[in-house]
Ligand binder design. Structure first.
Ligand code: GLV
Ligand code: MN
Ligand code: MN
Length: 414
């Protein structure tokens, strides 16, 4: 395939650089937790760029942001694109932002080419794709799709015990939570550009991933209550060490994910909070946050079952109390064949190599899929690295993604 030259994307690269500077941590580390001061500054920056591009910007009651390029038939449901600009602590510059600012650049490319869409094209920047604040990912798109109802959202708390009502009000977002839900048909189709967050495309030297499935994420919180005490005075017989019990559970989860029969199954314990957390004190309480994902929902649920069974076993053997709470267990997403076909044609026209692949990270597209046909377009990222400050996508990769996205949007909106 001979690659067509890309239109220059210098402005986009400089905007990605500027956005990366808006961080609660010292750049190049990006930390931009939803509703934080950095998040609000980043939102203001992106909204300014959207307005400068002539898009009509509005926000819903939790800060999901919509920027519309009006089509020649404004009564038709728009084609959506976009992603998120919040970032986990100690993150890099490309997760989400490539789809947010790259979506805007795709619109600007079409504007520069004098293209006139029949359907409006609407950029969406989702609130809180990352679970850092409330412990649940994709808050904005979940609420849009009514997978998370207002009453469920109201009981979410951050680490300081603050709820959504308090935090969104402080951030200046008002209005009823009911109004966040969107009806099916509000978007004609939705397509999200994103870095792969895995090594496959770079490894195989392929320009683009056309995402056919998005893995279904699940998260289970496990709290183990044992018996604390003096690390010297209390001898080993009869101990009820909550962290030793937790260690067994962590290894059970790892083994269950590894032995599922598919490398699509992944299991992680990313949070292990130990109380009281003193070197000379036996841990009396541990909270684990687990993350389990798979492109096959039933196979993922078998891992959850194995973990639950291990909780009961460890509790009985060690005399500790183990409680579990399923935070979420979302089904895998199947992407829309019409959007995939449009992306395939667009990639071929642009002379870009591509492969069909699954997405193993989760994305707002999974929840948009409840109200609209969706698909995703992946670009490579160096070494498959993501959620780290050294996350990197080359200008060439980003340009390829943006231009194929632009061609795809042009097809879908015609
Ligand atoms: C999203 O960032 C995820 O954890 O997949
Ligand atoms: Mn992420
Ligand atoms: Mn992301």
């Amino acid at each position: 395939m001979s690659k067509k030259p890309n239109l220059p994307i210098d402005r986009l690269l400089s905007e990605l650089g500027s956005l990366a500077q808006i961080s609660a941590a010292e750049p190049p580390v990006v930390t931009r937790v939803v509703f934080s001061e950095a998040d609000l500054r980043a939102r203001a920056y992106v909204k300014g760029l959207c307005s400068a591009a002539g898009l009509t910007v509005h926000e819903d009651a939790i800060g999901n942001t919509f920027a519309r390029w009006q089509g020649s038939d404004p009564d038709l449901a728009p084609v959506g694109t976009g992603s998120h600009i919040d970032a986990i602590p100690n993150a890099g510059s490309y997760d989400g932002t490539v789809g947010a600012l790259g979506g805007l650049e795709a619109i600007r490319v079409l504007q520069r080419l004098g293209f006139s869409p029949r359907r409006s094209i609407e950029l969406v920047i989702f609130t809180a794709e990352e679970p850092t604040c409330f412990g649940i990912g994709c808050l904005g798109s979940r609420m849009m799709a009514k997978i998370l109802t207002p009453s469920q959202a109201l009981i979410l708390r951050d680490k300081e015990g603050r709820g959504l009502e308090e935090l969104r009000a402080q951030a200046g977002f008002v209005g009823s939570l009911e109004s966040v839900a969107l009806p099916a048909g509000r978007f004609h189709q939705f397509v999200e550009l994103h870095i792969e967050q895995g090594p496959m495309l770079e490894h195989e030297g392929i320009d683009l991933g056309l995402v056919t499935h998005i893995a279904g994420p699940a998260s289970m919180r496990v709290v183990i209550e044992g018996e604390g005490g003096h690390a010297g005075g209390k001898l080993m017989p009869g101990r009820k060490d909550a962290l030793a019990a937790a260690a067994e559970l962590i290894l059970v989860l790892e083994a269950a994910a590894k032995s599922s029969g598919s490398t699509d199954t992944v299991g992680t314990v990313g949070v292990c909070e130990v109380f009281p957390g003193a070197v000379n004190s036996i841990p009396s309480r541990v909270r684990l946050e687990t993350d389990i994902r798979d492109t096959d929902g039933a196979r993922r649920d078998r891992v959850l079952d194995t973990l639950r069974a291990a909780c009961a076993d460890v509790s009985a053997r060690r005399g500790v109390t183990v409680t579990t709470e399923l935070v979420n267990a979302d089904p895998p997403t199947i992407c829309d064949t019409e959007i995939l076909a449009a992306m395939e044609t667009a990639a071929a026209e642009a002379g870009r190599t591509y492969k069909k692949m699954a997405a193993h990270a989760y994305h707002d597209s999974s929840f948009m899929a409840v109200i609209a046909p969706v698909a995703m377009l992946f670009i490579p990222c160096r070494g498959g690295v993501s959620h780290r400050p050294d996350e990197y996508a080359s200008p060439e990769w980003i340009a390829g993604g943006v231009h194929v996205l632009a061609r795809t949007l042009a097809r879908l909106a015609s």
